[in-house]
Ligand binder design. Structure first.
Ligand code: GLC
Ligand code: CA
Length: 540
Protein backbone atom coordinates (compact mmCIF):
# COMPACT_ATOMS: atom_id res chain seq x y z
CA UNK A 1 0.00 0.00 0.00
CA UNK A 2 1.55 3.31 -1.06
CA UNK A 3 1.88 6.05 1.48
CA UNK A 4 -1.30 8.09 1.41
CA UNK A 5 0.43 11.43 1.87
CA UNK A 6 2.14 10.86 -1.46
CA UNK A 7 -1.13 10.23 -3.24
CA UNK A 8 -2.52 12.92 -5.53
CA UNK A 9 -5.45 14.89 -4.11
CA UNK A 10 -7.99 13.46 -6.52
CA UNK A 11 -7.56 10.00 -5.01
CA UNK A 12 -8.45 10.94 -1.48
CA UNK A 13 -11.10 13.59 -2.06
CA UNK A 14 -14.84 13.42 -2.46
CA UNK A 15 -16.24 15.34 -5.45
CA UNK A 16 -19.47 17.28 -5.42
CA UNK A 17 -21.10 18.15 -8.72
CA UNK A 18 -22.78 21.55 -8.94
CA UNK A 19 -25.31 22.18 -11.66
CA UNK A 20 -24.74 25.91 -11.52
CA UNK A 21 -28.10 27.02 -12.95
CA UNK A 22 -29.87 25.26 -10.10
CA UNK A 23 -27.63 25.75 -7.09
CA UNK A 24 -28.17 29.25 -5.70
CA UNK A 25 -29.39 32.45 -7.29
CA UNK A 26 -27.85 35.56 -5.74
CA UNK A 27 -29.08 38.32 -8.07
CA UNK A 28 -32.73 37.33 -8.10
CA UNK A 29 -33.23 36.49 -11.76
CA UNK A 30 -34.39 32.97 -10.93
CA UNK A 31 -31.23 31.30 -12.22
CA UNK A 32 -28.31 30.00 -10.16
CA UNK A 33 -25.05 31.93 -10.49
CA UNK A 34 -21.43 32.15 -9.33
CA UNK A 35 -22.18 34.69 -6.62
CA UNK A 36 -24.79 32.32 -5.23
CA UNK A 37 -22.29 29.49 -5.22
CA UNK A 38 -19.74 31.73 -3.49
CA UNK A 39 -22.26 32.26 -0.71
CA UNK A 40 -22.62 28.51 -0.30
CA UNK A 41 -18.94 27.60 -0.09
CA UNK A 42 -19.18 27.46 3.69
CA UNK A 43 -21.98 24.92 3.43
CA UNK A 44 -19.90 22.80 1.06
CA UNK A 45 -16.77 23.01 3.16
CA UNK A 46 -18.62 21.97 6.30
CA UNK A 47 -20.43 19.21 4.43
CA UNK A 48 -17.05 17.54 4.22
CA UNK A 49 -16.42 17.26 0.48
CA UNK A 50 -13.07 18.27 -0.97
CA UNK A 51 -13.65 19.14 -4.62
CA UNK A 52 -16.31 20.91 -6.63
CA UNK A 53 -17.13 19.97 -10.18
CA UNK A 54 -18.81 22.95 -11.73
CA UNK A 55 -20.98 22.57 -14.84
CA UNK A 56 -20.43 25.09 -17.68
CA UNK A 57 -20.49 28.82 -16.95
CA UNK A 58 -19.20 29.95 -20.36
CA UNK A 59 -21.11 32.33 -22.64
CA UNK A 60 -23.71 30.24 -24.40
CA UNK A 61 -26.97 30.49 -26.31
CA UNK A 62 -28.11 27.85 -23.75
CA UNK A 63 -29.58 25.45 -26.27
CA UNK A 64 -28.03 22.70 -24.15
CA UNK A 65 -27.83 24.84 -21.01
CA UNK A 66 -24.20 25.82 -21.29
CA UNK A 67 -22.88 22.72 -23.01
CA UNK A 68 -23.08 24.76 -26.21
CA UNK A 69 -20.14 27.09 -25.65
CA UNK A 70 -19.70 30.33 -27.58
CA UNK A 71 -16.47 31.42 -25.84
CA UNK A 72 -14.30 29.04 -23.82
CA UNK A 73 -12.40 31.79 -22.01
CA UNK A 74 -15.22 33.87 -20.57
CA UNK A 75 -18.12 33.73 -18.12
CA UNK A 76 -21.71 34.16 -19.31
CA UNK A 77 -23.15 37.36 -17.74
CA UNK A 78 -26.08 35.22 -16.60
CA UNK A 79 -23.70 33.49 -14.19
CA UNK A 80 -21.42 36.41 -13.28
CA UNK A 81 -18.04 37.47 -14.54
CA UNK A 82 -14.41 36.39 -14.54
CA UNK A 83 -13.60 38.22 -11.36
CA UNK A 84 -16.38 36.36 -9.48
CA UNK A 85 -14.95 33.13 -10.83
CA UNK A 86 -11.52 34.16 -9.57
CA UNK A 87 -13.01 34.90 -6.17
CA UNK A 88 -14.66 31.51 -6.25
CA UNK A 89 -11.35 29.76 -6.95
CA UNK A 90 -9.73 31.67 -4.08
CA UNK A 91 -12.54 31.03 -1.62
CA UNK A 92 -12.74 27.37 -2.59
CA UNK A 93 -8.99 26.94 -2.12
CA UNK A 94 -9.07 28.86 1.12
CA UNK A 95 -11.65 26.35 2.37
CA UNK A 96 -9.65 23.35 1.24
CA UNK A 97 -11.77 22.69 -1.83
CA UNK A 98 -10.39 21.95 -5.29
CA UNK A 99 -12.24 23.25 -8.33
CA UNK A 100 -12.86 21.04 -11.36
CA UNK A 101 -14.48 22.78 -14.31
CA UNK A 102 -16.45 21.24 -17.11
CA UNK A 103 -14.71 21.51 -20.44
CA UNK A 104 -16.63 20.46 -23.50
CA UNK A 105 -14.08 19.28 -25.98
CA UNK A 106 -16.23 17.65 -28.62
CA UNK A 107 -18.22 20.60 -29.91
CA UNK A 108 -18.89 24.29 -29.66
CA UNK A 109 -22.01 26.34 -30.06
CA UNK A 110 -22.85 27.35 -33.62
CA UNK A 111 -22.45 30.87 -32.23
CA UNK A 112 -18.76 30.33 -31.44
CA UNK A 113 -16.66 32.62 -33.68
CA UNK A 114 -14.71 29.56 -34.86
CA UNK A 115 -17.87 28.08 -36.34
CA UNK A 116 -19.17 31.41 -37.58
CA UNK A 117 -15.96 31.59 -39.66
CA UNK A 118 -15.99 27.94 -40.55
CA UNK A 119 -19.40 28.07 -42.16
CA UNK A 120 -18.65 31.27 -44.12
CA UNK A 121 -17.18 29.47 -47.11
CA UNK A 122 -15.16 26.41 -48.01
CA UNK A 123 -11.91 28.37 -48.27
CA UNK A 124 -12.11 29.86 -44.81
CA UNK A 125 -9.05 28.98 -42.67
CA UNK A 126 -11.43 27.73 -39.96
CA UNK A 127 -13.34 25.48 -42.39
CA UNK A 128 -11.40 22.40 -41.36
CA UNK A 129 -11.84 23.10 -37.62
CA UNK A 130 -15.21 21.36 -37.91
CA UNK A 131 -16.30 18.22 -39.74
CA UNK A 132 -17.72 19.11 -43.13
CA UNK A 133 -18.59 16.60 -45.84
CA UNK A 134 -20.21 16.51 -49.25
CA UNK A 135 -23.64 15.00 -49.68
CA UNK A 136 -24.10 11.63 -51.30
CA UNK A 137 -24.92 11.73 -55.03
CA UNK A 138 -28.63 11.85 -54.19
CA UNK A 139 -28.14 14.80 -51.85
CA UNK A 140 -28.63 12.84 -48.62
CA UNK A 141 -26.20 13.03 -45.66
CA UNK A 142 -22.69 11.57 -46.06
CA UNK A 143 -23.46 8.53 -43.87
CA UNK A 144 -25.94 7.04 -41.41
CA UNK A 145 -24.55 8.55 -38.20
CA UNK A 146 -27.17 9.64 -35.70
CA UNK A 147 -27.34 12.47 -33.21
CA UNK A 148 -27.59 11.40 -29.57
CA UNK A 149 -30.51 13.81 -29.33
CA UNK A 150 -32.39 12.25 -32.26
CA UNK A 151 -32.27 12.41 -36.07
CA UNK A 152 -29.30 12.49 -38.40
CA UNK A 153 -25.99 13.76 -37.02
CA UNK A 154 -25.56 15.84 -40.18
CA UNK A 155 -26.97 19.29 -40.89
CA UNK A 156 -27.15 20.66 -44.40
CA UNK A 157 -25.58 24.07 -44.93
CA UNK A 158 -27.17 25.46 -48.05
CA UNK A 159 -24.84 28.43 -48.73
CA UNK A 160 -21.65 26.36 -48.70
CA UNK A 161 -23.20 23.20 -50.15
CA UNK A 162 -21.94 20.76 -47.52
CA UNK A 163 -23.14 18.97 -44.42
CA UNK A 164 -21.56 19.48 -40.99
CA UNK A 165 -21.48 16.92 -38.21
CA UNK A 166 -23.21 17.41 -34.86
CA UNK A 167 -23.21 14.50 -32.41
CA UNK A 168 -25.68 16.42 -30.26
CA UNK A 169 -27.89 19.35 -31.37
CA UNK A 170 -27.49 20.96 -34.77
CA UNK A 171 -26.58 24.09 -32.79
CA UNK A 172 -23.56 22.14 -31.45
CA UNK A 173 -21.22 21.43 -34.37
CA UNK A 174 -18.45 18.87 -33.69
CA UNK A 175 -14.87 20.11 -33.69
CA UNK A 176 -12.36 18.34 -35.92
CA UNK A 177 -9.76 17.07 -33.46
CA UNK A 178 -7.68 15.71 -36.33
CA UNK A 179 -6.75 19.29 -37.14
CA UNK A 180 -3.70 20.19 -34.98
CA UNK A 181 -4.89 23.81 -34.75
CA UNK A 182 -8.03 22.68 -32.92
CA UNK A 183 -5.98 20.73 -30.42
CA UNK A 184 -3.69 23.69 -29.88
CA UNK A 185 -6.65 26.04 -29.43
CA UNK A 186 -8.16 23.78 -26.76
CA UNK A 187 -4.82 23.43 -24.96
CA UNK A 188 -4.72 27.20 -24.94
CA UNK A 189 -8.13 27.18 -23.26
CA UNK A 190 -6.84 24.78 -20.62
CA UNK A 191 -3.76 26.95 -20.00
CA UNK A 192 -6.06 29.90 -19.46
CA UNK A 193 -8.08 28.14 -16.76
CA UNK A 194 -5.08 26.52 -15.13
CA UNK A 195 -3.42 29.95 -14.91
CA UNK A 196 -6.57 31.15 -13.20
CA UNK A 197 -6.18 28.42 -10.62
CA UNK A 198 -8.53 25.66 -11.77
CA UNK A 199 -7.42 22.24 -10.46
CA UNK A 200 -8.77 19.94 -13.10
CA UNK A 201 -11.24 19.37 -15.88
CA UNK A 202 -14.23 17.18 -16.36
CA UNK A 203 -13.66 16.41 -20.01
CA UNK A 204 -17.16 16.32 -21.48
CA UNK A 205 -18.02 13.93 -24.30
CA UNK A 206 -14.43 12.64 -24.35
CA UNK A 207 -15.67 9.47 -26.00
CA UNK A 208 -16.75 11.29 -29.13
CA UNK A 209 -13.66 13.34 -29.91
CA UNK A 210 -12.38 11.30 -32.84
CA UNK A 211 -14.36 9.66 -35.57
CA UNK A 212 -13.54 7.48 -38.54
CA UNK A 213 -11.90 9.79 -41.09
CA UNK A 214 -13.44 7.69 -43.89
CA UNK A 215 -16.89 8.41 -42.40
CA UNK A 216 -17.99 4.77 -42.76
CA UNK A 217 -21.58 3.87 -41.90
CA UNK A 218 -22.26 2.41 -38.46
CA UNK A 219 -23.56 -1.16 -38.44
CA UNK A 220 -26.90 -1.93 -36.73
CA UNK A 221 -26.76 -2.65 -33.00
CA UNK A 222 -26.29 -6.20 -31.82
CA UNK A 223 -29.25 -7.57 -29.87
CA UNK A 224 -27.19 -7.31 -26.66
CA UNK A 225 -28.78 -4.80 -24.31
CA UNK A 226 -27.99 -1.09 -24.72
CA UNK A 227 -26.80 1.01 -21.76
CA UNK A 228 -30.16 2.65 -21.40
CA UNK A 229 -32.94 3.29 -23.77
CA UNK A 230 -32.21 6.50 -25.58
CA UNK A 231 -34.20 5.72 -28.67
CA UNK A 232 -32.95 5.30 -32.24
CA UNK A 233 -29.35 6.14 -31.28
CA UNK A 234 -29.22 2.77 -29.51
CA UNK A 235 -30.13 0.97 -32.70
CA UNK A 236 -26.65 1.43 -34.12
CA UNK A 237 -23.33 0.07 -33.02
CA UNK A 238 -21.23 3.21 -32.62
CA UNK A 239 -18.19 1.74 -34.26
CA UNK A 240 -17.17 4.71 -36.36
CA UNK A 241 -18.53 7.81 -34.63
CA UNK A 242 -17.28 7.21 -31.09
CA UNK A 243 -14.58 5.35 -29.18
CA UNK A 244 -12.19 5.53 -32.14
CA UNK A 245 -8.82 3.84 -31.39
CA UNK A 246 -7.04 7.14 -32.14
CA UNK A 247 -8.49 8.46 -28.88
CA UNK A 248 -5.64 6.74 -27.05
CA UNK A 249 -2.79 8.81 -28.54
CA UNK A 250 -4.94 11.92 -28.14
CA UNK A 251 -5.62 11.20 -24.46
CA UNK A 252 -1.88 10.57 -23.99
CA UNK A 253 -1.17 14.03 -25.36
CA UNK A 254 -3.83 15.62 -23.15
CA UNK A 255 -2.49 13.77 -20.12
CA UNK A 256 1.05 14.81 -20.92
CA UNK A 257 -0.13 18.39 -21.04
CA UNK A 258 -2.07 18.16 -17.75
CA UNK A 259 0.92 16.60 -16.00
CA UNK A 260 3.50 18.97 -17.36
CA UNK A 261 2.01 22.40 -17.86
CA UNK A 262 2.57 23.10 -14.14
CA UNK A 263 4.63 20.08 -13.12
CA UNK A 264 4.66 21.20 -9.48
CA UNK A 265 0.89 20.64 -9.46
CA UNK A 266 -0.49 18.32 -12.15
CA UNK A 267 -4.10 18.96 -13.11
CA UNK A 268 -6.83 16.32 -13.18
CA UNK A 269 -8.39 14.88 -16.35
CA UNK A 270 -11.75 13.32 -15.42
CA UNK A 271 -13.32 12.07 -18.63
CA UNK A 272 -16.94 11.49 -19.55
CA UNK A 273 -17.51 8.25 -21.43
CA UNK A 274 -20.85 6.45 -21.64
CA UNK A 275 -21.88 3.07 -22.88
CA UNK A 276 -18.47 1.37 -22.97
CA UNK A 277 -17.69 -2.25 -22.29
CA UNK A 278 -15.57 -2.75 -19.18
CA UNK A 279 -12.50 -3.41 -21.32
CA UNK A 280 -12.99 -0.24 -23.29
CA UNK A 281 -13.64 1.81 -20.16
CA UNK A 282 -10.46 0.64 -18.44
CA UNK A 283 -8.44 1.18 -21.62
CA UNK A 284 -8.86 4.95 -21.21
CA UNK A 285 -6.69 4.91 -18.09
CA UNK A 286 -3.92 4.11 -20.59
CA UNK A 287 -1.25 1.46 -20.59
CA UNK A 288 0.72 2.92 -17.77
CA UNK A 289 -1.23 5.71 -16.12
CA UNK A 290 -0.72 7.83 -19.21
CA UNK A 291 -4.25 8.68 -20.47
CA UNK A 292 -7.20 9.94 -18.40
CA UNK A 293 -6.57 10.06 -14.66
CA UNK A 294 -10.04 8.64 -14.31
CA UNK A 295 -12.67 7.84 -16.91
CA UNK A 296 -15.91 8.53 -15.01
CA UNK A 297 -17.53 5.30 -13.84
CA UNK A 298 -21.31 5.42 -14.31
CA UNK A 299 -21.77 1.67 -14.01
CA UNK A 300 -23.47 1.64 -10.61
CA UNK A 301 -26.15 3.93 -12.04
CA UNK A 302 -27.03 1.45 -14.71
CA UNK A 303 -27.13 -1.61 -12.47
CA UNK A 304 -30.22 -3.14 -10.88
CA UNK A 305 -30.22 -2.11 -7.22
CA UNK A 306 -29.59 -5.58 -5.77
CA UNK A 307 -26.83 -6.71 -3.44
CA UNK A 308 -25.40 -9.24 -5.91
CA UNK A 309 -25.52 -6.91 -8.91
CA UNK A 310 -23.92 -4.03 -7.02
CA UNK A 311 -21.21 -6.30 -5.63
CA UNK A 312 -20.56 -7.59 -9.13
CA UNK A 313 -19.95 -4.06 -10.46
CA UNK A 314 -17.60 -3.19 -7.60
CA UNK A 315 -15.65 -6.40 -8.00
CA UNK A 316 -15.45 -5.96 -11.74
CA UNK A 317 -13.88 -2.55 -11.13
CA UNK A 318 -11.54 -4.06 -8.52
CA UNK A 319 -10.44 -6.89 -10.79
CA UNK A 320 -10.15 -5.04 -14.07
CA UNK A 321 -8.13 -2.03 -12.90
CA UNK A 322 -4.35 -2.31 -12.98
CA UNK A 323 -2.64 -1.67 -9.61
CA UNK A 324 -1.74 1.89 -10.49
CA UNK A 325 -5.23 2.90 -11.62
CA UNK A 326 -7.67 4.49 -9.20
CA UNK A 327 -11.41 3.66 -9.17
CA UNK A 328 -14.22 6.18 -9.00
CA UNK A 329 -17.98 5.96 -8.59
CA UNK A 330 -20.98 8.22 -9.19
CA UNK A 331 -24.62 7.57 -8.37
CA UNK A 332 -26.13 10.60 -10.05
CA UNK A 333 -25.54 13.36 -12.58
CA UNK A 334 -27.39 16.12 -14.42
CA UNK A 335 -27.97 13.68 -17.28
CA UNK A 336 -29.69 10.91 -15.30
CA UNK A 337 -32.64 10.33 -12.98
CA UNK A 338 -31.79 11.03 -9.35
CA UNK A 339 -30.58 8.33 -6.99
CA UNK A 340 -33.52 8.39 -4.55
CA UNK A 341 -35.96 8.38 -7.47
CA UNK A 342 -34.29 5.21 -8.75
CA UNK A 343 -33.88 3.29 -5.50
CA UNK A 344 -36.23 4.92 -2.97
CA UNK A 345 -35.35 6.79 0.21
CA UNK A 346 -34.47 3.85 2.43
CA UNK A 347 -32.11 2.39 -0.13
CA UNK A 348 -30.84 5.89 -0.93
CA UNK A 349 -29.33 5.76 2.56
CA UNK A 350 -27.68 2.41 1.80
CA UNK A 351 -26.37 3.94 -1.41
CA UNK A 352 -24.81 6.80 0.55
CA UNK A 353 -22.98 4.35 2.81
CA UNK A 354 -21.82 2.40 -0.23
CA UNK A 355 -20.61 5.41 -2.23
CA UNK A 356 -18.69 6.89 0.68
CA UNK A 357 -17.03 3.68 1.84
CA UNK A 358 -15.94 2.10 -1.43
CA UNK A 359 -12.34 2.17 -2.60
CA UNK A 360 -12.30 4.97 -5.16
CA UNK A 361 -13.18 8.64 -5.55
CA UNK A 362 -16.90 9.29 -5.04
CA UNK A 363 -18.84 11.99 -6.85
CA UNK A 364 -21.99 13.31 -5.17
CA UNK A 365 -24.57 15.09 -7.33
CA UNK A 366 -25.95 18.27 -5.72
CA UNK A 367 -29.01 17.57 -3.60
CA UNK A 368 -28.19 13.87 -3.27
CA UNK A 369 -27.08 14.61 0.29
CA UNK A 370 -30.63 15.66 1.24
CA UNK A 371 -32.29 12.94 -0.79
CA UNK A 372 -33.73 15.20 -3.51
CA UNK A 373 -35.94 13.38 -5.98
CA UNK A 374 -36.81 13.94 -9.60
CA UNK A 375 -39.73 16.17 -10.25
CA UNK A 376 -42.24 15.33 -12.93
CA UNK A 377 -42.08 18.24 -15.39
CA UNK A 378 -45.09 18.39 -17.75
CA UNK A 379 -44.06 18.31 -21.40
CA UNK A 380 -45.27 21.86 -22.03
CA UNK A 381 -42.99 23.15 -19.25
CA UNK A 382 -39.92 21.19 -20.30
CA UNK A 383 -36.68 23.10 -20.79
CA UNK A 384 -34.27 20.38 -21.89
CA UNK A 385 -34.08 20.18 -25.67
CA UNK A 386 -33.56 16.44 -25.48
CA UNK A 387 -36.93 16.02 -23.77
CA UNK A 388 -38.56 18.50 -26.12
CA UNK A 389 -37.29 16.55 -29.12
CA UNK A 390 -37.82 13.09 -27.66
CA UNK A 391 -40.61 12.95 -25.08
CA UNK A 392 -39.66 10.87 -22.06
CA UNK A 393 -35.92 11.50 -22.34
CA UNK A 394 -35.87 14.96 -20.78
CA UNK A 395 -33.40 15.62 -17.97
CA UNK A 396 -35.17 18.53 -16.26
CA UNK A 397 -36.50 16.35 -13.44
CA UNK A 398 -33.01 15.92 -11.98
CA UNK A 399 -32.08 19.59 -12.46
CA UNK A 400 -34.64 21.41 -10.29
CA UNK A 401 -33.40 24.09 -7.86
CA UNK A 402 -31.42 23.09 -4.80
CA UNK A 403 -33.63 22.90 -1.73
CA UNK A 404 -32.04 25.05 0.94
CA UNK A 405 -34.98 25.61 3.27
CA UNK A 406 -38.70 24.94 3.72
CA UNK A 407 -39.45 28.58 2.98
CA UNK A 408 -40.38 30.40 -0.27
CA UNK A 409 -38.70 29.02 -3.37
CA UNK A 410 -36.69 26.81 -1.02
CA UNK A 411 -34.39 29.82 -0.49
CA UNK A 412 -32.92 29.07 -3.88
CA UNK A 413 -33.91 32.47 -5.22
CA UNK A 414 -35.94 35.52 -4.21
CA UNK A 415 -37.73 35.08 -7.54
CA UNK A 416 -39.97 32.19 -8.47
CA UNK A 417 -37.59 30.06 -10.56
CA UNK A 418 -40.49 28.43 -12.37
CA UNK A 419 -40.97 31.68 -14.28
CA UNK A 420 -37.40 31.66 -15.55
CA UNK A 421 -36.17 28.11 -15.30
CA UNK A 422 -37.59 25.08 -13.49
CA UNK A 423 -39.99 24.88 -10.54
CA UNK A 424 -38.86 24.07 -7.02
CA UNK A 425 -39.92 20.57 -6.04
CA UNK A 426 -42.92 20.87 -3.65
CA UNK A 427 -41.26 18.27 -1.42
CA UNK A 428 -38.83 21.02 -0.31
CA UNK A 429 -40.98 21.48 2.78
CA UNK A 430 -39.43 18.27 4.13
CA UNK A 431 -36.49 17.71 1.83
CA UNK A 432 -34.22 20.68 2.47
CA UNK A 433 -30.89 21.58 4.02
CA UNK A 434 -32.09 23.77 6.91
CA UNK A 435 -34.54 21.22 8.31
CA UNK A 436 -32.19 18.29 7.84
CA UNK A 437 -29.19 19.99 9.44
CA UNK A 438 -30.90 19.89 12.81
CA UNK A 439 -32.34 16.38 12.58
CA UNK A 440 -30.10 13.52 13.62
CA UNK A 441 -31.98 10.95 11.56
CA UNK A 442 -31.89 12.99 8.33
CA UNK A 443 -30.22 12.03 5.08
CA UNK A 444 -27.98 15.08 5.43
CA UNK A 445 -26.78 14.02 8.87
CA UNK A 446 -26.00 10.58 7.46
CA UNK A 447 -23.95 12.10 4.62
CA UNK A 448 -22.14 14.41 7.01
CA UNK A 449 -21.27 11.52 9.34
CA UNK A 450 -20.02 9.43 6.44
CA UNK A 451 -18.03 12.29 4.93
CA UNK A 452 -16.46 13.13 8.25
CA UNK A 453 -15.53 9.52 8.84
CA UNK A 454 -14.07 9.10 5.35
CA UNK A 455 -12.05 12.29 5.61
CA UNK A 456 -10.50 11.04 8.82
CA UNK A 457 -9.99 7.40 8.03
CA UNK A 458 -7.11 6.07 5.95
CA UNK A 459 -8.72 2.67 5.59
CA UNK A 460 -11.74 4.24 3.86
CA UNK A 461 -9.72 6.64 1.76
CA UNK A 462 -6.91 4.44 0.58
CA UNK A 463 -7.32 1.03 2.22
CA UNK A 464 -7.76 -2.28 0.44
CA UNK A 465 -11.16 -3.70 -0.51
CA UNK A 466 -12.33 -7.24 0.09
CA UNK A 467 -15.83 -8.57 -0.59
CA UNK A 468 -17.08 -10.91 2.17
CA UNK A 469 -18.89 -14.11 1.35
CA UNK A 470 -20.59 -14.66 4.69
CA UNK A 471 -23.20 -11.92 4.09
CA UNK A 472 -26.79 -13.21 4.25
CA UNK A 473 -29.11 -13.07 1.21
CA UNK A 474 -29.74 -9.58 -0.17
CA UNK A 475 -26.84 -8.22 1.82
CA UNK A 476 -23.47 -6.98 0.67
CA UNK A 477 -20.59 -6.96 3.16
CA UNK A 478 -17.04 -5.81 2.57
CA UNK A 479 -13.88 -5.03 4.43
CA UNK A 480 -11.75 -1.93 4.02
CA UNK A 481 -8.34 -2.20 5.64
CA UNK A 482 -5.19 -0.15 5.98
CA UNK A 483 -2.33 -1.37 8.16
CA UNK A 484 -3.98 -2.45 11.44
CA UNK A 485 -7.14 -0.43 10.79
CA UNK A 486 -10.11 -2.57 9.62
CA UNK A 487 -13.64 -1.50 8.74
CA UNK A 488 -16.59 -3.75 8.07
CA UNK A 489 -19.31 -2.30 5.83
CA UNK A 490 -22.59 -4.21 6.04
CA UNK A 491 -25.46 -3.25 3.73
CA UNK A 492 -28.92 -4.77 3.80
CA UNK A 493 -30.64 -4.29 0.44
CA UNK A 494 -33.76 -6.11 1.66
CA UNK A 495 -36.90 -4.68 3.17
CA UNK A 496 -36.62 -7.38 5.84
CA UNK A 497 -34.48 -7.95 8.89
CA UNK A 498 -31.39 -10.05 8.22
CA UNK A 499 -29.36 -11.91 10.78
CA UNK A 500 -25.86 -13.21 10.46
CA UNK A 501 -23.40 -14.93 12.80
CA UNK A 502 -20.08 -13.19 12.29
CA UNK A 503 -16.86 -15.16 11.82
CA UNK A 504 -14.30 -14.65 14.56
CA UNK A 505 -12.14 -11.97 12.93
CA UNK A 506 -15.24 -9.85 12.35
CA UNK A 507 -17.27 -10.17 15.51
CA UNK A 508 -15.76 -7.48 17.71
CA UNK A 509 -16.16 -3.85 16.83
CA UNK A 510 -17.82 -0.54 17.28
CA UNK A 511 -20.55 0.81 15.00
CA UNK A 512 -19.40 4.22 13.79
CA UNK A 513 -22.16 4.97 11.30
CA UNK A 514 -25.60 3.43 10.93
CA UNK A 515 -28.46 4.39 8.65
CA UNK A 516 -30.61 3.61 11.70
CA UNK A 517 -28.81 5.70 14.34
CA UNK A 518 -27.12 2.82 16.12
CA UNK A 519 -23.81 4.63 16.48
CA UNK A 520 -21.49 3.80 19.34
CA UNK A 521 -22.98 0.34 19.88
CA UNK A 522 -20.67 -2.64 20.05
CA UNK A 523 -20.96 -5.66 17.81
CA UNK A 524 -21.71 -8.77 19.77
CA UNK A 525 -20.93 -11.81 17.67
CA UNK A 526 -24.26 -11.97 15.93
CA UNK A 527 -25.14 -9.15 13.56
CA UNK A 528 -28.80 -8.26 13.18
CA UNK A 529 -29.45 -5.76 10.40
CA UNK A 530 -32.73 -3.91 10.40
CA UNK A 531 -34.54 -3.74 7.09
CA UNK A 532 -32.67 -1.40 4.71
CA UNK A 533 -29.95 -0.91 7.27
CA UNK A 534 -26.35 -0.08 6.48
CA UNK A 535 -23.50 -0.05 8.99
CA UNK A 536 -19.89 0.98 9.09
CA UNK A 537 -18.13 -0.89 11.89
CA UNK A 538 -14.61 -0.32 13.14
CA UNK A 539 -13.34 -3.81 13.88
CA UNK A 540 -11.14 -4.60 16.82
C1 GLC B 1 -22.22 16.41 -21.86
C2 GLC B 1 -23.19 16.84 -20.79
C3 GLC B 1 -24.62 16.78 -21.28
C4 GLC B 1 -24.74 17.48 -22.63
C5 GLC B 1 -23.78 16.84 -23.61
C6 GLC B 1 -23.84 17.44 -24.98
O1 GLC B 1 -22.31 15.08 -22.06
O2 GLC B 1 -23.04 16.05 -19.64
O3 GLC B 1 -25.47 17.40 -20.34
O4 GLC B 1 -26.06 17.40 -23.09
O5 GLC B 1 -22.48 17.03 -23.10
O6 GLC B 1 -23.46 18.79 -24.98
CA1 CA C 1 -28.96 34.59 -10.99
Amino acid sequence: MPNSHKLPWWRTNVNYQIYLRSFKDANGDGIGDLQGLLEKIDYLATLGIQALWLTPFYPSPMKDFGYDVADFKMVDPLFGDLSTLEQLVKKAHHNGLKLITDLILNHTSEAHPWFVDSRKDRKNPKRDWYIWADPKADGTPPNNWLSVFGGSAWEWDQPSGQYYLHTFLKEQPDLNWRNPEVKEAMLEVMRFWIDLGVDGFRLGCAHHLLKDPQLQDNPPAKPSHPRKDIGPYDMQQHLHDKGHPDLHPLFRELRHFLDNYRPEFPRLGFGELHGCSWEEWVSYYGQNDDELHMPINFNLMNTPWKATAVREVVERVESILPDWAWPNYALGSHDDPRLVTRVGEAQGRIAAVLLLTLRGTPTIYYGEEIGMTDMEIPHEREQDTWGLRMPGLGRDGARTPMQWSPRGNANFSPADPEKYWLPVNPNHHEVNVASQLIRTESMLTLYRRLLFLRANTKALQVGSYQGLDFAPDDCYFYLRAHRSERFLVALNFADQVRECPLPEQFNQGLILVSTHEREEKNLAGNLVLEKNEGLVVKLQ
